[in-house]
Design a protein around this ligand. Structure first.
Ligand SMILES: C[S@@+](CC[C@H](N)C(=O)[O-])C[C@H]1O[C@@H](n2cnc3c(N)ncnc32)[C@H](O)[C@@H]1O
Length: 298
């Protein structure tokens, strides 16, 4: 949820919660004013000032905290072009839930999760606080399903609420520094589903290497679900033509790529091992997510 939506909900909730105490105080004042108008004009004045000052302070606190959060996010996202440094600062939105993931990827995604057979493996790349996989695994356990889920995140910032069999988090390392064998070694196996919601692919220096890793970790009939800012990745060819991430992915033989205008990309594999072409980094501009420009050979 965005900071703005959080603040708005906070305000509505506080108004709702403070409604009781406010109206109680107002009733007390009006009751006493009735009994002793002279004494009460003073009480009324003091109460009104007190209540107004309290409410104003509360709202001011919320506003200041939103501004501070915004400044912290700017510091995280815009003060350096070093992408690992941005990931290390961990100041971006990272608490998305399973419902958020389903919102991004649509009902097809929740059907795919529901259809995972025993022994299947979901890997969430850049899993943040791991809420989505944790919620999924708790539901699966309650239904007696024996599936696996792995979250890969440089920083989680939160413990798994309730350890669930088959759920693990690889935290504290960049994906680039984790061997594929560690991710898919027994009992986990290759992935049936890989998700990346504003995760590793959005923050990687080398988007081609990241994609290659995803393809290597995927079962032949698996699906990769990506949610990212598609135009933030630009790929230029020697003849000057320019592709965004989705257009570039669609040029790679061996991949079946579908996308929607708001940032969702799904990738399936055709038969055989696709060759992901090399890209050269031309420039990286800070942001959450950053803008990366690459050049390609043709
Ligand atoms: C913007 S957060 C998104 C988190 C989560 N997917 C969500 O939607 O709430 C980005 C996540 O990707 C992780 N990340 C980015 N690059 C990474 C890398 N190279 N290796 C491991 N984790 C990475 C960060 O640690 C963080 O957890």
């Amino acid at each position: 949820m965005s900071g703005f939506r959080k603040t708005f909900l906070c305000l509505v909730l506080s108004a709702f919660l403070l409604r009781g105490p406010f109206s109680f105080a107002a009733e007390q004042v009006s009751d006493r004013v009735h009994k002793n108008p002279e004494e009460m004009s003073c009480v009324k004045l003091v109460s009104t000032i007190g209540l107004t000052a309290g409410a104003s302070l509360y709202v001011a606190g919320l506003v200041v905290s939103s501004i501070l959060q915004g400044l912290a996010a700017m510091r995280t996202c815009f003060m350096t072009d070093n992408l690992h440094e941005i990931v290390k600062r961990n100041g971006f939105s990272k608490g998305r839930t399973l419902e958020d993931y389903v919102d991004f990827f649509g009902p097809e995604f929740s059907e795919a999760l529901a259809a995972l057979p025993d022994g299947a493996h979901w890997i969430d790349m850049g899993s943040g606080e791991n809420r989505a996989i944790e919620e999924f695994m708790r539901g699966a356990e309650a239904q007696g399903r024996r599936v696996f889920a792995t979250g890969i995140t440089y920083k989680a910032g939160r413990e798994i609420y309730e350890p669930t069999p088959g759920l693990r988090v690889l935290e504290g390392r960049y994906l680039e520094n984790i061997a594929n064998q560690e991710i898919v070694g027994p009992p986990y196996g290759k992935a049936d589903i890989i998700t990346d919601v504003m995760g590793v692919l959005s923050y990687a220096d080398h988007v081609d290497d990241t994609l290659r890793t995803y393809v290597q970790l995927l079962k032949p009939n698996g699906v990769i679900y990506i949610y990212t800012s598609i135009p933030n990745t630009q790929i230029k060819s020697r003849n000057g033509s320019e592709l965004d991430l989705e257009e570039w992915l669609k040029t790679i033989p061996g991949l079946v790529v579908e996308s929607s205008p708001y940032g969702k990309i799904t990738i399936r594999l055709k038969k055989g091992d696709p060759i992901i072409p090399e890209l050269k980094v031309q420039s990286v501009k800070a942001g959450c997510p950053p803008t990366r420009i690459y050049t390609r050979e043709n």
